[in-house]
Write a protein that binds this ligand. Sequence first.
Ligand code: ZN
Length: 138
Amino acid sequence: MRSFEFKPSRAFLVGLDYGGDIVSQLKDFLENNKIRCGFINGIGAIKNAEIGYYDQKSKEYIKRRFDERAEILSLTGNVSLHDGEIFPHLHVILGYNNRIYGGHLFGGEVFACEVFVIELEGNPPRREKDPQTGLNLW
Ligand code: ZN
């Protein structure tokens, strides 16, 4: 187990732009505001979402893209550093007309998205390749 202590710092409500990529917009926001550590929570609607499921045996993401429009029932994630860059790690639960999918969020086109970002003050953890899982972990 690893743990890191922080103090809550700035808090933001962010409305993402229609038509832009959800992950790129969030990364731009974090970089523009120099938020190197924090957590993210959001709701909204999206189309052309690309989400992934991490196959623990092959240690690879199985990606899936959905052409349909979906509700973002939950967008959640954290912010830390990976290879010296600000890295938002994002997961979503997406609600379609008659089913729900979730996973690691790789991208998608924003229809509307309201995000709550809390910055944490302190020394941000750096992600490094973990040999046991194959993931870039703190
Ligand atoms: Zn993930």
